[in-house]
Design a protein around this ligand. Structure first.
Ligand SMILES: Cc1cc2nc3c(=O)[nH]c(=O)nc-3n(C[C@H](O)[C@H](O)[C@H](O)COP(=O)(O)OP(=O)(O)OC[C@H]3O[C@@H](n4cnc5c(N)ncnc54)[C@H](O)[C@@H]3O)c2cc1C
Length: 517
């Protein structure tokens, strides 16, 4: 059979949630189409191993075009290509963003997406090991837990930030986001809790769910203004998987707009240039946002994660779910204002108790650690367009990192916070020298450093945004039977890591889809 009620493209953070929620009704048949394979590899589940997944079969291994704001550098863009999608290769930080993000979306026309309206969906997904309170919940599919690693270098970072005058924050998803501390993580028993683990694996036996792995969607089939199926390449054959009710694109911020464009939905000029018939002229791919991060790397005499992969630590992880291998690399961090008087933070810090340089691809040959700021509420916008009309060609991606004065000021302000924290006793006691930090501290030098070392924080959003490409119910404008549900629909990138917001959006979308049936 190749006909279903719903065809979901992409088994990532959003797709796994949708597949699980929609098949709760035994009368609804769902096909979940995923280009990658199963998530059985050990490195996927061992938290400290996540950078080892970079540039492997589990990674789309995309890159950006020359980025004009950072000296025309191309940047490496990992994306998960496996069940669980990017939630199977991410750093597991559980962060919702700021109340102001969602209230801002609603004020700009995204009806139904204000903070009080999305909070129930964050809570629905959540099983927080700290228990229930106003913000948090228990009993949901997604396990949220405190870090079991408690790495001493992460502790030193938090102490130094406190010595620099920043307040401790025990819950960045609670009352206020400002402050420093340890992040909560999407981990269960010290292991990764991806959306495949949380949502998909428990329901794989359902008879009304069909998961098609190693199946790459080429385009949406649209007949008479209605999406009726998806053209899918499964190795040697290209076939159409039909959708009686809806096609739902959950292929992520870079691939969902590409699929729309290949289906004739996108900027008319771009489509025409590639010989694609224009069905709907919409600003698909425009409005791309991401968090640009610049890390300072220091040498240390303290044992970093470099030596974590020992047989003893593997045994500790396996038997008790404890030890340094449970470290998600970004264990600690915080939220700051790059200038005074902000109601919501515009800078987030991540701290890695191991060297993290050359976009996470640099060799780790000595003990060290890294931390630094990202531009949390960027004003610059980029775009995803086509490189070729061939479905197997990677999209052309430009984020326009640091192309606005606001974003440049923000990263410089963030670098100053980093230097202030690095100068406190708790860190000077453990730093044995610079590995890669700015030599001089003028604004121009700090900016040049950030432009040279900066990288994606892996949070691309907004290429099929609510209001521009989809309506607040995530239906593609003026096309029946077609929705987009993933990070691409966010009107702006939330102030925080994006996995939890995507899961929230998919939980909400499942309700919207059920209600429309
Ligand atoms: C290295 C890394 C670290 C990160 N760290 C964190 C973190 O610590 N905390 C956090 O909150 N967020 C983090 N993120 C971001 C977060 O994981 C993503 O925002 C989120 O997973 C995006 O969800 P999505 O559903 O939009 O896309 P994805 O999860 O990327 O899912 C898209 C899915 O679609 C599939 N697909 C794409 N094209 C096709 C096609 N043509 N046919 C079939 N299938 C297709 C892909 O293989 C993938 O499985 C990180 C991301 C990365 C890459």
């Amino acid at each position: 059979m190749n006909s279903y009620d719903y065809v979901v493209v992409g088994a990532g953070s959003a797709g796994c949630v949708l597949a699980a929620r929609l098949t709760e009704d035994p009368d609804v048949r769902v096909a979940l189409i995923e280009a990658g394979g199963p998530d059985t590899a050990q490195e996927i589940h061992i938290p400290a191993a996540f950078p080892q997944l970079f540039k492997t079969e589990f990674d789309w291994d995309l890159d950006s075009g020359p980025e004009p704001g950072i000296g025309d550098r191309r940047t490496y863009l990992p994306r998960g290509k496996v069940l669980g999608g990017s939630s199977s290769i991410n750093a597991m930080i559980y962060m919702r963003g700021n109340r102001a993000d969602y209230d801002g979306w609603a004020a700009a026309g995204a009806t139904g997406w204000s903070y009080p309206e999305v909070l129930p969906y964050f809570r629905r997904s959540e099983d927080n090991e700290r228990g229930e309170d106003t913000f948090h919940s228990v009993g949901g599919p997604l396990t949220v837990s405190d870090s079991r690693s408690q790495h001493p270098l992460a502790t030193a970072f938090v102490q130094a930030a406190e010595q620099a005058g920043y307040k401790r924050n025990e819950d960045f998803n609670g009352d206020t986001q400002f402050g420093v501390g340890r992040f909560q993580l999407t981990q269960r028993g010290g292991m990764r809790c991806s959306t495949a683990v949380a949502y998909l694996h428990p329901v794989l036996e359902r008879r009304n769910l069909t998961v098609l792995g190693a199946a790459r969607a080429h385009r949406v089939v649209i007949e008479g203004g209605r999406a009726t199926g998806v053209e899918v390449n499964r190795g040697s054959t290209v076939e159409v998987i039909r959708a009686d009710r809806e096609v739902i694109l959950s292929a992520g911020t870079y691939e969902s707009p590409k699929l729309l464009m290949l289906s004739g939905i996108g900027p008319a000029a771009t489509l025409s240039a590639f010989g694609i018939d224009v069905l709907r002229d919409l600003p698909v791919g425009q409005g791309l946002q991401d968090h640009y991060m610049a890390l300072l790397n220091f040498r240390t005499g303290v044992e970093s994660l470099m030596s974590a992969a020992s047989p003893e630590n593997a045994q500790l992880l396996e038997s008790a779910g404890r030890g340094p291998l449970t470290c998600n690399i970004g264990e600690a961090g915080g939220f700051f204002g790059s200038r005074d008087g902000l109601d919501a933070p515009d800078v987030q810090f991540h701290m890695a108790p191991v060297l993290f340089h050359e976009e996470g691809l640099g060799p780790v040959t000595e003990h060290g650690f890294a931390f630094g700021p990202c531009v949390l509420a960027p004003t610059s916008r980029g775009q995803v367009t086509l490189r070729s009309p061939r479905p197997d060609a990677a999209p052309r991606i430009v984020h326009n990192y640091l192309t606005t004065a606001e974003d440049r000021d923000c990263i410089v302000g963030g670098m100053r916070i980093a230097l202030r924290i690095a100068a406190q006793d708790a860190l000077t006691e453990v730093i044995t020298g610079p590995f890669d930090v700015p030599d001089t501290h003028s604004d121009a030098e700090l900016l040049a450093f950030a432009q040279r070392v900066g990288q994606t924080l892996y949070h691309p959003t907004s290429t099929c945004a609510i209001g521009a490409v989809v309506d607040p119910e995530l239906r593609v404008l003026d096309v029946a039977g077609l929705r987009v549900v993933d990070a691409s629909v966010f009107p702006t990138v939330p102030r925080g890591n994006t996995n939890a917001p995507v899961i929230m959006a998919a939980e909400k979308a499942a309700d919207l889809i059920r209600r429309a049936a």
